[in-house]
Design a protein around this ligand. Structure first.
Ligand SMILES: Nc1ncnc2c1ncn2[C@@H]1O[C@H](COP(=O)(O)OP(=O)(O)OP(=O)(O)O)[C@@H](O)[C@H]1O
Length: 251
C-alpha cells in the first residue's frame, strides 16, 4: 500500500460496492433518475463511468457516497449496507473508507495544502499531529509528483494541475477502500491527462475506483465501463443502466 493504513478494520471483504434494486427520484413518485437492478465493483477494480448530461452520474455518485439515500433497494460498501448504519456511523464510515475527488476539487481556499489534507484526517477521526503523519503526507505528495514545499502554500495560490493533485492527496490520505473521481481532467491537455492517469492508476491501485468522465480519450485506461442512459419510460422495464465488461486491452 502507498501509505500505511490507519483505521482499517474491514480487510476481508471482496465486494467493494454492491448496488441492488436501487431506484431514486428527486420528486416523490417522479420518474426515477436511477434504476439499477444490480451492479457491483470488487476490491481493487477500476471502472469508467460515462453517460450523457443529465443521465444521473452525479446522482449515482451521491448515492454511492451515502449523501443521498435510495427510495428503494440497498447500497453496500465493503459488504456493509448503508441502511445498517446510523447517520453518525455513516459519516465516519464515509470519511474513513471513501475518498472523493470533486469536479471543482473543493479545497478550502484559505487553508494551506497541509491543512487541507489534515482536515480529511480529522473528519475521519485520525490523529494529525505527529511526525509519522507528516512523513506520510510528504510521501503521498511526492508520489503525486509534487514538491513537499507545496504543503505550505495556500490552496487558492495553486495552479489547476496542483489543485487536482492535492485533491487526490486529500482523497487518498485515509487509504480509502473506495475512490470516487468526478470529471477530473476536463481542464487538462492530452499530455497532462496521460500523466495524471498514470499517477492516479498507480496511487489508487489498491482502491476500488469509480472514475467519471465525458471524455472518451480516458476510456483506454479502463477495462470496465459502466454507461448510464437517460431513463425512457414507460415500456422499458429492463435496466436503463448497462454495465459493459470490456475485454482487457480491447478498447
Ligand atoms: N437536486 C436536484 N433536484 C431535482 N432534480 C435534480 C437534482 N439534481 C439533479 N437533478 C436532475 O436529475 C437528473 C440527473 O442529474 P445528474 O446531475 O445526476 O446528471 P449527470 O449525468 O451527472 O449530468 P452532468 O453530466 O451534466 O453533470 C437530471 O435530469 C437533473 O436535472
Amino acid at each position: 500500500m502507498y501509505v500505511e493504513a490507519i483505521t482499517k478494520t474491514e480487510s476481508s471483504y471482496k465486494v467493494a460496492i454492491a448496488v441492488d434494486g436501487v431506484s431514486f427520484s428527486y420528486r416523490k413518485g417522479g420518474t426515477p433518475v436511477i434504476d439499477i437492478p444490480h451492479w457491483q465493483l470488487n476490491k481493487g477494480e477500476h471502472v469508467f463511468l460515462s453517460g450523457p448530461s443529465g443521465s444521473g452520474k452525479s446522482t449515482f455518485l451521491n448515492l454511492l457516497s451515502g449523501t443521498l439515500t435510495p427510495d428503494s433497494g440497498s447500497i453496500s460498501l465493503l459488504e456493509k449496507p448503508f441502511s445498517s448504519l446510523s447517520n453518525k456511523q455513516r459519516d465516519r464510515f464515509r470519511a474513513n473508507h471513501i475518498g472523493v475527488v470533486f469536479q471543482q476539487f473543493n479545497l478550502i481556499p484559505y487553508l494551506s495544502v497541509k491543512q487541507n489534507i489534515e482536515a480529511a484526517m480529522y473528519f475521519a477521526g485520525n490523529p494529525i499531529k505527529s511526525k509519522k503523519v507528516d512523513e506520510r503526507i510528504v510521501m503521498l505528495i511526492e508520489q503525486l509528483a509534487l514538491s513537499p514545499q507545496v504543503l505550505h502554500v495556500k490552496a487558492d495560490a495553486l495552479s489547476v494541475g496542483q489543485q487536482q493533485r492535492i485533491a487526490i492527496a486529500r482523497a487518498l490520505i485515509n487509504s480509502p477502500d473506495v475512490l470516487i473521481v468526478d470529471e477530473p481532467t476536463s481542464a487538462l491537455d492530452a499530455k497532462a491527462r496521460d500523466s495524471f492517469m498514470a499517477i492516479l492508476k498507480s496511487v489508487a491501485k489498491d482502491s476500488a475506483l469509480v472514475f467519471v468522465s465525458h471524455d472518451p480519450y480516458m476510456m483506454k485506461y479502463f477495462s470496465n465501463h459502466l454507461k448510464m442512459r437517460n431513463f425512457t419510460p414507460p415500456n422499458n422495464a429492463a435496466s436503463e443502466t448497462e454495465s459493459l465488461k470490456m475485454l482487457e486491452g480491447g478498447l
